[in-house]
Design a binder for this molecule. Structure first.
Ligand code: NAG
Ligand code: NAG
Ligand code: NAG
Length: 838
């Protein structure tokens, strides 16, 4: 078919490239693309979910791997779940009493949100008890939970002041070390008095000095205990680190500036004798820097910190999750800090407020001895300072005035490990896993504000995003993440449920190439079973994995041979329609190579849109010469991933576009077919009318210049419309359009869906003036793309569309994006705007 029309094919619209092969560049790449996208519906089998009638805010997760239990603190309830099945083992109802709630409302708090008992702290206290704290309708309380019966000690309620926030929305962190609770929170009802407190245990309680130079409107996110006494040659003390953002005092020109901080206290600190009585004598803090110099981006809003311990405490690293706005764009970053860099900052110069200059600067005078803020070490003990109580007043006075260090803590490699546009990272956990080559890889699981989890592999010089999983739908922030290393499970808590995911779902990789290119260190291709399997300590020559260079050479069997014969999809369209053939890639980093009748269509032209998993070939105003076999080969790094084939038949149909386009010699056939299809045409026309009316309602008044477009889904009924593109206001009519029977005839060939074809009402200026945008109106299905003024710009040609790969605004309007991109390219080819106004 149409062998004499190679020119038509050659007339591919010269679209500039935005390479779909957007492999993550080293370091601070803007547009790191997860290789694989797994939507909520596709996760169904792998993910297990828990929620309990009416209970919300599953915010606090605590894992007991030895017992195989996950403890969950929620709003007015606590749960014990079996890991693996997330089966409910026991439940405790812990409601704030009615009179407390009434008091809370009386004090002006919201009875729908504030005046409940939100469990914000849940940790192991001793072998038989947990310790739990809740906001208790703005009167925080703590208590013990007896583990064998999972019962709450109703009698021994302790005041939760300073251990737990009053306000459930306020940042808070805490940990229990040797029966003592370290907590960082706000100490009062109004939320004005921040404190880092040590409570419980044998000592009197210890806290921070209430000075803005110590803590200034902090937002606490995390804490960590590091056993620095272990193997110390200087008799050093263990330390507790706190991570938070706060309003900076040291930058006078940016009064509102927020900065990220790390602070620490020594475990042995018992306060001063006269100065700093029952206050920390070892409280020091330093700025955490997370900047991407190339992008001039500075991240200050700290969201979460994960502490990854090493074999020795000197190998401890902290992963910080940051958010920033860059204009209108949300940007997230992950910075990694080495503990020795933190230590260096605390051992460096202090910052000081200079009264005369009224500004902060480096303190360069003599520092008192013993060094203020230092832990008690062997040196102190030898010099008569057995505890902080014996420290001299000048040391303590200096410590009180100089909590801030001059040197900031730089991130490792001097820049973020990962930068991501249009993302709000909220949480992070990191696992270490041995690859087949014996290398230990660090895998990051990053939760986002819209319910996704990204899985990222740190390759030392770059980061590879293995996949992104849509864990919560409808979108809700990932509030907590916990890793079960032994069972290789990830738990995520959100407002409405707890989800359990496997750390790797290797079976999802379909072929050896797919499995190897994924670079998932948990997975390898088994030549024996011809499946992608979890390594799980097994080894052997039958396994194929190449995390470092993703070389698929070891996948010896050619993929094409394994796939078996292709079953082409039959596509029948009316001439004059814009035909869009989609190609499912299986990987967001793959490219699509289209062929028509065995001839390659140039690969370099790609239009990049939002859904990176789809590529599309657009045939604007298809004519008889466009009938034939279309094939799409998905390939990644030169290795084939899969092939799809379409058998396209273009029928002569009614309407002006045909005359404008169809070659003369085919007109006879056109008329015969037109007569044969007379009845069908009538039906179609009616349908056009009714659907056009509906479309117009959907698109609103501003819409102009929407051309007749057909977009053929390839695997239609298997998967519901991608939630990413579904408007929350999706109407009944949308569902009807998704009924497979409205797309397919009984013989399996695709139906013409005239509803996609709409009138044009643009005048001669249509192509030149931008079609009215439909801002914020998401597409109703991933495959119904309403094209803009295509015809004017691309008569008689093809446009290759790569839907995705570069940028990915959440809930992007594909149609709008497509139209915009096509428009940007209009000046390029020999366009004829007049033609579009037929
Ligand atoms: C909470 O507030 C709503 C609206 O202000 C009111 O209708 C409701 O009765 C209140 N409930 C309680 C328990 O006070
Ligand atoms: C754990 O602590 C609780 C509360 O203080 C106490 O009642 C219990 O006896 C302790 N258990 C052990 C094993 O020490
Ligand atoms: C497509 O059409 C061909 C030829 O008419 C037919 O043999 C084939 O079964 C059809 N394919 C499907 C999927 O129905």
């Amino acid at each position: 078919m149409a062998p004499g029309r190679p020119l038509a094919l050659a007339l591919l619209l010269a679209l500039t490239t935005a390479a779909a092969t957007a492999v993550t560049a080293p370091g601070a790449s803007w547009s790191a693309v997860p290789r694989r996208t797994v939507l909520y519906a596709e996760l169904r089998d792998a993910a297990k979910r828990f929620s309990h009638g009416g209970v919300s805010h599953y915010l606090t997760l605590m894992l007991d791997e030895a017992e195989g239990l996950l403890y969950v603190g929620a709003r007015e309830a606590l749960f014990a779940l079996a890991t693996g099945t997330v089966e409910l083992k026991a439940v405790i109802s812990w409601e704030a009493p009615v009179e407390k709630k009434a008091e809370c409302v009386q004090k002006g708090k919201n009875n729908q949100t504030d005046c409940f008992n939100y469990v914000r702290f849940l940790q192991s206290y001793n072998s038989s008890h947990l310790y739990a704290c809740g906001t208790y309708a703005f009167q925080p309380k703590c208590t013990y939970i007896e583990l064998s019966g999972f019962t709450l000690d109703q009698v021994a309620f302790e005041d939760g002041k300073g251990k737990c926030p009053y306000d459930p929305t306020k940042g808070h962190t805490g940990l229990i070390v040797d029966g003592e609770l370290y907590s960082a929170t706000f100490n009062n009802f109004l939320g004005t008095e921040p404190v880092i407190l040590r409570n419980l245990g044998p000592h009197y309680s210890m806290k921070t000095e209430y000075l803005t130079s110590w803590l200034n409107e902090p937002h606490f996110v995390a804490s960590a205990f590091v056993q620095e006494s272990s193997g110390s040659s200087t008799g050093d003390d263990d330390k507790v680190y706190f991570f938070f953002s706060e309003r900076a005092v040291e930058y006078d020109c940016y009064a509102e500036q927020v900065v990220a901080r790390v602070a620490r206290v020594c475990k042995g600190d018992v306060g001063g004798a006269r100065t700093l009585q029952k206050k920390w004598t070892t409280f020091l803090k330093a700025r955490l820097v997370c900047s991407a110099p190339e992008q001039q981006l500075h991240f200050n809003r700290l969201q979460a910190v994960f502490t990854l311990p090493g074999a020795e405490w000197q190998e401890t690293t902290f992963f910080g999750v940051f958010q920033a706005h860059w204009g209108d764009v949300d940007v997230s970053a992950i910075c990694r800090y080495h503990i020795l860099e933190v230590k260096k900052a605390f051992e460096g110069p202090y910052k000081e407020y200079r009264e005369q200059a009224q500004r902060w600067g480096r303190y360069s005078d003599e520092v008192p001895s013993p060094r203020p803020g230092a832990c008690i070490t062997d040196w102190h003990r030898q010099n008569g300072f057995a505890s902080s109580l014996e420290l001299p007043d000048n040391t303590l006075n200096f410590a009180k005035k100089h909590p801030l260090m001059d040197e900031p803590v730089p991130p490792q490699r001097g820049r973020p490990l990962l930068l991501k546009k249009d993302s709000n990272f909220t949480q992070l956990v990191v696992d270490r896993v041995a690859g087949l080559d014996g290398t230990i890889y660090e895998v990051l699981f990053i939760g986002t504000g819209d319910g996704w989890v990204h899985k990222a592999l740190d390759l030392g010089t770059s980061i590879h995003l293995v996949e992104e999983l849509q864990v919560f739908e409808p979108a809700q922030p990932v509030e907590s993440l916990v890793l079960a290393r032994r069972k290789k499970l990830l738990f995520a808590g959100s407002r409405f449920q707890v989800a359990q995911l496997p750390l790797a779902d290797c079976g999802r990789y379909q072929s050896c190439t797919d499995c190897v290119l994924a670079r998932d260190p948990y997975c390898a291709w088994s030549r024996n079973g011809s499946t992608c399997v979890r390594i799980d300590g097994q080894n052997g020559s039958h396994l194929v994995q190449d995390v470092l260079s993703s070389d698929t050479g070891a996948c010896s069997v050619p993929q094409a041979a394994k796939q078996g014969p292709l079953t082409p999809k039959n596509v029948t369209v009316v001439a004059g329609t814009d035909l869009v053939l989609t190609c499912r890639l299986g990987s967001n980093l793959a490219r699509a190579q289209w062929t028509f009748e065995g001839r390659a269509l140039p690969a370099e032209q790609a239009l990049v849109l939002s859904d990176a998993r789809l590529r599309a070939l657009v045939v604007p105003g298809a004519g008889a010469q466009h009938s034939g076999t279309y094939r799409c080969l998905a390939e990644e790094q030169g290795a084939p991933l899969g092939t799809q084939e379409y058998q396209v038949t273009v029928l002569a149909g009614p309407g002006a576009p045909l005359e404008a386009r169809a070659p003369l010699e085919s007109l006879g056939v056109v008329w015969v077919l037109a007569v044969c299809l007379g009845a069908l045409c009538l039906v179609l026309l009616l349908a056009v009318l009714s659907l056009w009316r509906r479309l117009r309602e959907e698109l609103g008044k501003g819409t102009k210049a929407i051309e007749s477009t057909l977009v053929y889904p390839i695997e239609l009924p298997k998967e519901p419309p991608s939630p990413r593109f579904v408007s929350s206001a999706a109407s009944d009519s949308d569902e009807k359009l998704w009924d497979p029977s409205s797309y397919y005839y009984s013989d399996g060939s695709l139906k013409i869906v005239p509803g996609h074809a709409t009138c044009r009402n643009g005048g001669p200026g249509t192509a030149a003036s931008p079609p009215a945008a439909i801002p914020g109106q998401p597409l109703h299905s991933p495959t119904r793309i309403h094209l803009g003024p295509l015809r004017g710009s691309s008569s008689n040609g093809y446009i290759r569309l790569a839907l995705g790969a570069e940028e990915r605004p959440p809930c992007a309007d594909l149609a709008e994006e497509l139209r915009r991109k096509l428009q940007q390219r209009q000046p390029l080819p020999d366009s004829n705007p007049e033609e579009s106004s037929v």
